[in-house]
Design a protein around this ligand. Structure first.
Ligand code: FE2
Length: 368
């Protein structure tokens, strides 16, 4: 273990010699004969402990300790004072972050003991700080792994069922646009981004023949397809922290007038985040190519959203999204969309995994 460095400051050379004799055998002890010289040492070396006399010409001990706070924030501070320096003691305790004061004349054994305890406190605090940092770093790693897993799941889904990949991430990002515009809290925005990514995850269980069907679905197929919000919610059932995300995912196909699914909720009974995702999802579905039709373009998509405002979509949310994506959709590039709350990149999608590739490959095999 490395030896602790101690800085002692006193204008009396005899006192410095004495302090060095008492402490020098156990610690690397540096001596300064004025406050200014002491501060100079603090700029050059890292000390565990500072011991200073109070009464010195020029700078007092309390002033030195106050100055030392910015130069050596972690060091433990001890003030040596006479019986009459009551005001100095009060100042030192209030402003100099003093661990202990020692009255003069001091006893060598008492001083050794006080220094040992002060350094134990120093070591303990440092160890605690290290542990807190380790814990924070471990938590961050865990969060990154969780987010990575969620994105991998979303990518797997997009590869399976969307004509253009990246649908989940885009819905997530459009939802963020709306949430920010409507003044959602940071916690709500984080959940909104997660819910946007996970909203359709239950489609992983829907057969590809249904997902990829170019024409209309028959009633039985429609039933299977309509089960996906409940499936999505079930897939994240085990994650306790996702209570609100799960609720928003489950209801992302409810319509304002109660004509949606799975629970035919209406108006404000539909969870707020679900109403946001509905608008974001519809917007992305209309402005990207699908197996059964190409994008209808920004103009028509805008018209459709506004036409169904008040019945299917909440008007305020439609306007919030349209104000963000811009007239004519000029802000639709990844750069035009606000930054992700979870650090996710829209460009992280591999176009080779898109459904379009899957369709082309299926057609090629059919011909071979
Ligand atoms: Fe959906």
């Amino acid at each position: 273990m490395t030896r602790h460095k101690i800085l002692v400051i006193d204008d009396e050379p005899a006192n410095l010699r004495l302090l060095k004799r008492v402490l020098g055998s156990d610690y690397d002890t540096y001596c300064a004969n004025s406050g200014l010289e002491g501060l100079e040492y603090l700029r050059q070396e890292q000390f565990s402990l500072i011991i200073t006399d109070q009464r010195m010409p020029g700078m007092s001990g309390v002033e030195v300790l106050q100055e030392s706070l910015s130069l050596a924030p972690l060091a433990v501070r001890i003030l040596l004072t006479g019986y009459t320096d009551i005001q100095a003691l009060i100042d030192a305790i209030n402003t100099g972050n003093v661990y202990k004061y020692i009255q003069k004349p001091w006893d060598a054994e008492d001083l050794r003991l006080t220094v040992r305890r002060a350094l134990e406190a120093y070591d303990l605090k440092n160890r605690n700080d290290e542990l807190v940092l380790e814990l924070q770093s471990a938590l961050k790693q865990l969060e990154n792994i969780s987010i990575g897993t969620i994105v991998a799941l979303a990518n797997a889904l997009d590869a399976k069922c969307d004509y253009t990949s990246g649908h989940s991430l885009r819905v997530s990002r459009y939802s963020l646009c709306i949430g920010r515009k409507l003044g959602f809290s940071p916690d709500e925005l984080k959940d909104l981004e997660l819910a946007g990514i996970l909203h359709d995850i239950g489609k992983i269980g829907v057969p590809e023949a249904i997902l990829w069907k170019p024409g209309r679905l028959d009633p039985e197929e429609q039933k299977i397809m309509s089960a996906h919000p409940v499936r999505s919610a079930q897939m994240i059932e085990e994650i306790e922290q996702f209570d609100r995300v799960r609720l928003w995912v489950r209801h992302h196909h409810e319509h304002l007038d109660g004509s949606g699914y799975p629970d035919q909720l209406a108006g404000e009974n539909i969870p707020l985040g679900s109403r946001v995702i509905l608008v974001a999802d519809a917007y992305d579905a209309m402005t990207s190519d699908r197996p059964y039709r190409n994008s209808i373009g920004f103009e028509k998509a805008t018209g459709e959203l506004r036409k169904h405002s008040g019945r299917q979509f909440e008007g305020e949310m439609v306007e919030a999204l349209l104000s963000v994506v811009g007239e004519g959709g000029e802000n639709l590039t990844a750069e035009g969309i606000p930054e992700s709350y979870l650090g996710l990149k829209l460009g992280g999608i591999n176009p080779q995994q898109s459904g379009k590739q899957y369709l082309l490959e299926t057609a090629r095999r059919a011909q071979a």
